[in-house]
Write a protein that binds this ligand. Structure first.
Ligand SMILES: *Cc1c(COP(=O)(O)O)cnc(C)c1O
Length: 230
């Protein structure tokens, strides 16, 4: 099914380097038997590049804009891929995203929970937590996580997986991820099954692994520089 075609320079080497880096960080954290799941964030890249990733062994991909992800997922429907939606999501696109995505990592408000549940399809949900002091950044404040979790827990079709965050730019990532781990532990007091932590990008995945990340979202370290948005 996959036509190898011209291959992206360096892609296989970068993928190998990152998977080795993940293995090393997992060993260092005493997690060699329980390594995180790698989600390769392919936003702005072509379906052809995603096909190359499948041939390298990638099974989880992440996208952040429905208008790009929808057509890509349709074109790659025959590939053995799980699609993760990791970006800001407007409620009016929730139903469409739920048609191809298995998981939404960026749930940040009750109205989005309602919109996702209306799609009436099984969907894994992560609550995005804002680890900065700037309310303009994505995610809910740490003290609003529990209330949003209750909304997910009572919604049909949605299964609460855990928390997601992006490390702030002005803080050591490890310290920020340690806070996220604490928030995750608190969440588990009301949602024992919500054990997952989606954290760690190209520049900070080792720190995220050290603080218990179960799902890494890595883009440029594997794909190379992103092309300009269409
Ligand atoms: C783009 C993106 C990533 C990947 O970022 P890189 O720095 O390219 O690894 C991870 N998470 C989210 C939410 C993103 O939008």
């Amino acid at each position: 099914m996959s036509d190898a075609g011209p291959t992206t320079p360096g892609l296989a080497e970068r993928y190998a380097a990152v998977t080795e880096g993940i293995a090393e960080a997992s060993r260092a954290a005493g997690r060699a038997d329980d390594p995180p799941t790698l989600i390769v964030v392919t936003k702005f890249h072509s379906a052809a590049l995603v096909r190359e990733l499948v041939q390298l062994g990638v099974r989880h991909v992440g996208e952040n804009r429905h208008q790009d992800a929808g057509p890509k997922a349709a074109e790659l429907a025959g590939e053995p891929l799980t699609w993760h939606f990791v970006g800001q999501l407007q409620s009016n696109k929730a139903k469409a995203v739920a048609q191809y995505a298995s998981a939404v990592h960026s749930v940040d408000r009750a109205s989005l929970v309602t919109a996702l549940a209306k799609a009436q399809t099984p969907l894994e949900v992560f609550i995005e937590v804002n680890l900065t002091d700037d309310p303009g950044r994505g995610g809910v404040a740490p003290d609003a996580v529990d209330a949003l979790a209750e909304a997910v827990l009572t919604a049909e079709h949605l299964s609460l997986q855990g928390v997601m965050a992006v490390a702030p730019l002005d803080e050591e990532p490890r310290a920020a991820f340690a806070r996220l781990r604490g928030i995750s532990e608190r969440l588990r007091a009301i949602a024992p099954a919500a054990t997952r932590i989606s954290a760690g990008m190209s520049g900070d995945y080792a720190e995220a692994i050290a603080e218990g990340a179960t799902h890494l979202r890595i883009g440029t370290a594997i794909t190379g520089k992103r092309p300009a948005p269409l």
